[in-house]
Ligand binder design. Structure first.
Ligand code: FES
Length: 308
């Protein structure tokens, strides 16, 4: 395994916030026609209040031109109940599909590619596709899909081997070892992709905190901080949804985002002209300028890592 290169950055300690937390980060190599064409990161973060599941992927391949595909999925659970979720599918930087799910008093409000509907069954939702990488669907016959806003059927022909049937009639196969997803076979209309679990590429990450507790001390909630690393400036933000890293310069006119604010929608607001950027996707709320570049944060036993 590649040797780790650690750089420990100690930030100003302002407020100590003691929180119980746990994280599990899984990485998969995406294989297409025998070649590795990208990766998927499936991250689970449990805090005292919420369980947050995120899937971020980037795949690049040639199919009638170079295609760069990115998926950003996120689901938030509270006491084993899904309370909100979002998915985005981007091709060559352009948003091609998206969905949101939010729990209200009457059921789940689901918006899939602009179509709204209210889902009264199942309620509550306690298992969904975004969580599957971390939780084997033992004895499960249906699963909620955040992408499609509907329930999909699950069948298991062999132990630790499952098929999830998609609305387009195709299926995705999942294989598990020790309760963790080890391999996925995705059957798309134009190609079949295989996700194979790999070790996290520690050499690609720079350790910026030695523990999650230290990160919490250095990053007061919703208070952006500047991080200088190898001559480059990043903006670090901790919200109730987790820790985020972005470029520190606003894509609009290069103001420093660490001087901005964070709102309740998990957006960072530039102090100069008040453009708002989603901390997950980097997308400006009204798409008035280029996306803000975002970076993966990985939380492990050995610390908190920034993947550039
Ligand atoms: S410089 Fe950030 S919004 Fe204009």
């Amino acid at each position: 395994m590649a040797r780790r290169s650690f750089t420990i950055i100690f930030l100003l300690i302002q407020v100590f916030v003691a929180e119980t937390s746990y994280s599990q980060n899984l990485r998969y190599s995406v294989v297409w026609k025998g070649d590795s064409v990208g990766h998927i990161l499936a991250n689970k973060y449990d805090s005292a209040e919420f369980d947050i599941y995120k899937i971020n992927s980037e795949v690049r391949f040639w199919f009638f031109g170079t295609k760069t595909i990115r998926y950003n999925y996120k689901s938030v659970y509270k006491r084993d109940t899904l309370i909100k979720a979002s998915t985005q599918y981007l091709r060559n930087g352009n948003l091609k599909a998206e969905s949101t799910v939010s729990l209200n008093g009457r059921g789940y409000e689901v918006v899939v590619d602009g179509d709204y509907r209210l889902l009264t069954e199942p309620n509550p939702i306690d298992y969904s596709v975004t969580t599957i990488y971390h939780n084997e669907p033992n004895l499960v016959t249906s699963i909620f899909s955040e992408r499609w806003g509907t329930v999909l059927s699950v069948r298991s022909p062999d132990p630790n081997h499952y098929f999830i049937e998609k609305p387009d009639g195709r299926s995705t196969e999942y294989f598990f070892e020790n309760g963790i997803c080890s391999k996925v076979i995705v059957d798309n209309f134009f190609a079949t992709f295989i996700f194979e679990r790999t070790e996290l590429p520690m050499s690609e990450g720079t350790r910026i905190f030695s523990s999650i507790a230290e990160a919490h001390q250095a990053l007061p909630l919703n208070s952006p901080k500047k991080l200088l690393l190898n001559g480059r400036s990043f903006c670090l933000v901790r919200t109730r949804d987790g820790i985020f890293a972005t470029d520190n310069l606003c894509p609009h006119s290069k103001a420093s985002l660490n001087e901005g604010l964070v709102n309740a929608y998990n957006e960072i607001i530039c102090q100069l002209h008040e453009y708002r950027y989603d901390l997950h996707s980097g997308r400006e709320s009204l798409q008035r300028c280029d996306d803000l570049r975002t970076f993966q944060i990985e939380i492990e036993d050995g610390g908190v890592f920034l993947v550039i």
